[in-house]
Structures are given as structure tokens and as C-alpha cells.
Design a protein around this ligand. Structure first.
Ligand SMILES: C[S@@+](CC[C@H](N)C(=O)[O-])C[C@H]1O[C@@H](n2cnc3c(N)ncnc32)[C@H](O)[C@@H]1O
Length: 304
């Protein structure tokens, strides 16, 4: 697929996703006891919901860039101070998010492409961008567009997919190349198979001790069969906290959009440095890279 077709396919893929799964993860993302909430809090470097809330509550203009159906926008709004203004932007999901967030008077949502100038939306002292940049046709440009909208001392927190072990990269690309050619409906069988496979694998909670195989990036350790396959062979997502449809949506989200780049820590650090941001926190887990940084004020730039 050329880049233009990939962009078109990816927009269509997310449009279909949000039209079909418009309320997915809305409540569970804000539930401080859920795996999803803990994942967001921990990888952004906060040890407790209080720490996370305190961080958000000091910000006055907050942007959720690539907000999808607005689940994280809702979480950020719930932690923001009452006078804060929260903006959600998304290529294709603005209508869905606006409907989901219509009860919140200090939130507005607009359609926008993060690879284009975002000047019309003004400046922000917090930009949150989770699982979005790797779905654009130019992640570094989109990152730069976001940092252009940061105030001095404003913070940006991003999460992008990490490059994985070779077998997993190969198998995921192999599967994605097939699934991304299919319409939303046509992909149902293939994605259902992967979801059912993951569900059965996840039933077995017994771990086995595995010696590492360096040339395949397989790390030694104690793995359940599902995590061994998931981490090193192919993505097959299952979480018992979620419904079958929500698990399906996660597998769809991974395999259906054709634009889905994976990155290295060095590469993402470079984006921060090239845009004169100081890195405040980073987390690298087996799946993604989270970096939080601050835009240096002019006086601090001069001192560097
Ligand atoms: C995996 S979803 C993540 C949504 C949300 N950040 C979350 O964590 O729930 C990726 C989102 O990025 C949006 N997206 C992809 N490319 C974009 C672009 N160039 N500009 C703005 N949004 C984009 C998609 O429409 C989709 O809603």
C-alpha cells in the first residue's frame, strides 16, 4: 500500500472502530482500580492516583491529542481544576467523543489532523497523546506540531509502540498485511479467531520458566503460555476485566489500521531533544515507550 492509501485506510479503520465501539473503555479508564487506569498512571511515572491527580490539576489548558472516543479526555477532565479548559482533537472520532463528553461543560472536541498546523487551537500547558503518533504517516512531524502548541514550561506526555522481538514483528506485519486489506466486516472472522485464541491461552495461568534465546529476542523468565506467545510471537490480546467485544476491539486496533509504526527509545528521545524539551520521565515496557517532557523556557534554553 502506498502512503496515501495507507492514510486513507487508517482513517477509515478508526472511523469504523469508533462507530462500532463508541463507548468502549469509557468507565473502566477512569476506574482507579482497573488494569487500564493503573497502566496509564504507572507508565506516566505516578505512584498513586493522588500524585496523578495533583499533576493534572495544576494545568489550565489541556489537550488530548488523538482523543478517540474521549475515554482519557474524561479521565483528565475529572482530575483537572474546575477552571481548566480541555480540548480533544481527533482525525475521525470528534463526533463520537463530543457525544460521549457532552455532559462536561469545560471540554470541547474538534476534528483535526495532527500532522497539520494546530495553531487555531491555541497553546496548552499539558498535551497528552496516547497511542496516536504511530498511526500517523509522519510521527515525528505530528510530535513537532504538538510541541509547537506547548506554552513555555508546558508538558507533553506521549505513548508510542515499541519495536518488538523479530518473530513478533514478522508475524504481526504478516497478519496486518492481510487484515488491513479487508473491510471492517470482512476482518471479523480473522480478528475473532485471534481473540478466541487469546481467550483460551489466557485461561492457563500457569507460568513456565524459559531460558532466553537472544537471536529471537526471547527473554528468559517466568511466562504464561499466553504472554510468551504475546510478547515474542504474535499479538493476541485478552484481559478478563474486559468484555469479549472490548478484547476484540483491542485486537482490531492493532491489526486493522495499516499505519502502525514501531519505535526505539533513542528515536523518541531524539524527538524530544530536537524540539528543545527536557525529558522528565520515561517508561519502556515490552510494548511501548512513554516519555513525559517539558518545553524549556527561553532563559533555560540559553543556559543549556
Ligand atoms: C488507538 S486510538 C487511541 C485513542 C485515544 N488516545 C485513547 O488512548 O483511547 C488512535 C486514535 O488516533 C487517531 N488518529 C490517527 N491519526 C491521526 C491524525 N493524523 N491526527 C489526529 N488523530 C489521529 C485515530 O482516529 C484514533 O482515534
Amino acid at each position: 500500500m502506498d502512503i496515501e492509501s495507507s492514510q486513507h485506510q487508517t482513517s477509515r479503520s478508526f472511523k469504523d472502530k469508533w462507530e462500532n465501539f463508541s463507548s468502549d473503555f469509557l468507565d473502566i479508564t477512569a476506574d482507579e482500580t482497573s488494569d487500564i487506569y493503573q497502566w496509564i498512571m504507572n507508565r506516566n511515572g505516578f505512584a498513586s492516583p493522588n500524585e496523578f491527580r495533583n499533576w493534572v490539576s495544576t494545568k489550565n489548558r489541556i489537550l488530548d491529542a488523538g482523543c478517540g472516543n474521549g475515554r482519557v479526555t474524561r479521565l483528565l477532565q475529572s482530575y483537572a481544576n474546575v477552571n481548566a479548559h480541555i480540548v480533544g482533537l481527533d482525525l475521525v472520532a470528534a463526533k463520537v467523543a463530543a457525544k460521549n463528553l457532552s455532559d462536561l461543560s469545560n471540554v470541547e472536541v474538534h476534528p483535526a489532523d495532527l500532522t497539520q498546523s494546530l495553531d487555531q487551537f491555541g497553546f496548552f500547558d499539558l498535551i497528552y497523546c496516547q497511542e496516536v503518533l504511530h498511526h500517523t504517516d509522519n510521527p515525528e512531524l505530528a510530535f513537532q506540531r504538538l510541541t509547537d502548541q506547548l506554552t513555555e514550561n508546558g508538558e507533553i506526555a506521549i505513548y508510542v509502540y515499541k519495536e518488538k522481538a523479530p518473530l513478533r514483528e514478522f508475524a504481526d506485519d504478516h497478519i496486518r498485511n492481510q487484515i488491513s486489506q479487508m473491510s471492517f466486516e470482512e476482518s471479523r472472522d480473522a480478528i475473532s479467531q485471534i481473540t478466541n485464541f487469546a481467550k483460551v491461552m489466557a485461561k492457563n495461568s500457569e507460568s513456565i520458566e524459559i531460558p532466553g534465546v537472544d537471536c529471537l529476542g526471547i527473554e528468559s523468565g517466568s511466562w504464561t503460555v499466553q504472554r510468551l506467545i504475546y510478547n515474542f510471537m504474535f499479538k493476541n490480546f485478552w484481559n478478563d476485566e474486559l468484555s469479549w467485544d472490548e478484547n476484540y476491539a483491542v485486537n482490531y486496533d492493532w491489526y486493522h489500521p495499516s499505519l502502525c509504526s514501531r519505535h526505539t527509545l533513542e528515536e523518541v528521545r531524539d524527538w524530544f531533544h530536537r524540539n528543545t524539551l527536557e525529558i522528565l520521565h520515561e517508561t519502556v515496557d515490552p510494548y511501548g515507550i512513554t516519555i513525559r517532557g517539558v518545553k524549556l523556557s527561553n532563559s533555560r534554553k540559553l543556559q543549556q
